[in-house]
Every structure is written in structure tokens, then in C-alpha cells.
Design a protein around this ligand. Structure first.
Ligand code: ZN
Length: 135
């Protein structure tokens, strides 16, 4: 019975997009919103969760694979652009006693300098961009 259902689902999913990184992230976000709407019943939270889950179902079952791959590329680019910000925040908390971290505006490399050196000029070893920061 379960095998039969799985077989039918596999056939039905043929030629459809399926799951990717964006789906997984939106699923987590949808579940978080759903749980939040249980704790604090706000109409827009449960509505947003439903919209996310609906959009995910649409993406997973879509036959327009080039369009879904394009969305995936945009998502991965977005993640690669925001990830360094979170890295800098995390490192600044972790090494708050000894070092300070900055992000190069040009190449987005994480720069580490010793703390307590006052206002200094930092040169990015990757691209050569100079920035002046308080340490
Ligand atoms: Zn740089």
C-alpha cells in the first residue's frame, strides 16, 4: 500500500522540479512562522506561513525547471552576499576581548585586527582596498 503510493508519487513527480536549498529554507521559515502563530495568534503570521508553504508546493511540483533553477541561483547569490555579515558579528562576539573584525567593502573578505589600537587604516590583503576604522 505504502510502496504503491510511493511509486505513484515518483511517477507523478517525474519532470517536476523537486527540492532545493531555497525550498528547505522556506520550509524552515514556514514552520517557524506556523509555530509562532500558535504561540501568538496573529492572522498575518499564519497567512504568511500558508503563503510560504503554498509557494514551496508550487516550486516543488513546477515543470518550469529553468525558471526554478534561476530562482535557486538568485537565492544562493543572496546567501553568499549576506553570510559574511553574520560571520563578522559572530567573530566579533567570540573574540571581543582580543580582536575586531571588519568586512572589506569591495571583495567582502573578513578582516581581523587587534583590538585597542585606536583609529587605524586597514588594508585588505585580498584586493588592496583601504578602510579607516576604530579598533
Ligand atoms: Zn578586499
Amino acid at each position: 500500500m505504502l510502496e504503491e503510493l510511493r511509486r505513484k508519487l515518483t511517477i507523478w513527480m517525474q519532470g517536476r522540479y523537486g527540492i532545493d536549498e531555497l525550498t528547505k529554507m522556506l520550509n524552515i521559515l514556514g514552520i517557524v512562522l506556523l509555530l509562532l502563530s500558535l504561540i501568538r495568534p496573529l492572522r498575518f503570521l499564519s497567512l504568511a506561513a500558508l503563503v510560504l508553504i503554498g509557494f514551496n508546493l508550487f516550486r516543488m511540483t513546477s515543470r518550469n525547471i529553468p525558471k526554478r533553477l534561476e530562482e535557486r541561483q538568485k537565492y544562493l547569490l543572496f546567501v553568499s552576499r549576506i553570510r559574511p555579515f553574520f560571520t563578522v558579528i559572530r567573530l566579533n562576539i567570540k573574540d571581543r576581548g582580543t580582536h575586531k573584525y571588519f568586512l572589506c567593502k569591495d571583495c567582502r573578505k573578513v578582516l581581523r585586527v587587534p583590538k585597542g589600537k585606536g583609529r587605524i587604516e586597514i588594508r585588505c590583503p585580498e584586493c588592496g582596498k583601504k578602510l579607516i576604522r576604530n579598533t
